[in-house]
Design a protein around this ligand. Structure first.
Ligand SMILES: Nc1ncnc2c1ncn2[C@@H]1O[C@H](COP(=O)(O)OP(=O)(O)OP(=O)(O)O)[C@@H](O)[C@H]1O
Ligand SMILES: [Mg+2]
Length: 256
């Protein structure tokens, strides 16, 4: 039996997507998923959030997980502020790249041995691409993944400006832990780079990549080594509009 979650009448929609709606409910935020979303995904997202909090990361407080109108929902305490995405859009002339990258690196500085393992997740996703890429390419990607260094850093998995809430005092809180794992920070960096490219922000994507490499002290090639793997993982999410771009990133494998 699940807890019945009450949605207030005066709630406001923050975002509406194909498979979910996020509501501002005054002192809390409720993310309501549609009925096609498996319960395991919702429970995993809530567990990731709890584990990120346990690791000592500044995240919205988890209030409850339950069902509303037959749909699974997660309620978190509302964090007052604006998303980094809003701030960038309001004033693109302010350079926020260093704080964005430093925040990501500060997440990577944490560990939580209970989080799902990044390599296991990517392996499952690549193995699921039977209809999309050839067996030879899947094999190549899995071999490459296998050869990547094993790390156990907390990785957000969708570290983009819309998932960062900046409070009035400038402190930053990271939401949306649906894709979090423990693993290699460079894979997280490659994922952010791809998301920025997919969002059409090419110049920002390149600047992000060079800032990450500089601040982290790794080589560009090290992050690029993850690119084909994370592109395949993104492809496994099945968003049709992104397919050609992601396939072109995976092609890199064949020309190395
Ligand atoms: N606890 C919270 N406090 C304040 N705002 C929140 C909170 N949780 C979510 N939000 C806001 O709701 C938006 C959507 O939530 P979330 O990122 O969890 O869902 P999403 O469907 O992945 O959205 P997107 O695809 O835009 O990233 C966030 O970008 C943020 O603006
Ligand atoms: Mg989000």
């Amino acid at each position: 039996m699940s807890i019945i979650m009450k949605l207030p009448k005066d709630k406001k929609v923050i975002v509406e997507r194909a498979n979910k709606v996020v509501y501002d409910c005054g002192d809390s935020v409720i993310k309501v998923f549609n009925s096609t979303k498996p319960a395991a995904d919702i429970l995993n997202e809530a567990l990731n959030l709890a584990r990120a909090e346990q690791a000592g990361i500044d995240v919205p407080e988890l209030v409850e997980v339950g069902k509303t109108g037959g749909n699974w929902a997660i309620r978190t305490k509302k964090v007052e502020g604006k998303t980094l995405r809003q701030l960038i859009n309001e004033d693109p002339s302010v350079d926020r790249m260093t704080e964005f990258v430093e925040l990501e690196l500060s997440i990577h500085a944490h560990t939580n041995p209970l989080m799902n393992r990044q390599k296991d997740k990517y392996t499952r996703m690549i193995n699921g691409l039977t209809e999309v890429i050839s067996e030879a390419t899947r094999y190549e990607l899995l071999m490459r993944l296998d050869g990547m260094p094993n790390h156990s850093k907390v990785c957000h998995g969708d570290f983009v400006p819309s998932n960062i809430i900046v409070r009035e005092d400038g402190s930053m809180c990271v939401c949306d832990w649906a894709h979090a794992t423990q693993g290699n920070g460079a894979a997280d960096c490659a994922t952010t780079y791809l998301h920025l490219k997919l969002g059409g922000e090419d110049e920002i994507a390149e600047r992000y990549l060079s800032t990450y490499v500089e601040r982290q002290g790794c080589s560009m090639a090290y992050v690029q080594g993850w690119m084909s793997i994370v592109a395949a993982a993104e492809l496994a999410r099945g968003r049709v509009i992104e397919r050609d771009f992601l396939l072109s990133m995976i092609d890199v494998v064949d020309y190395y």
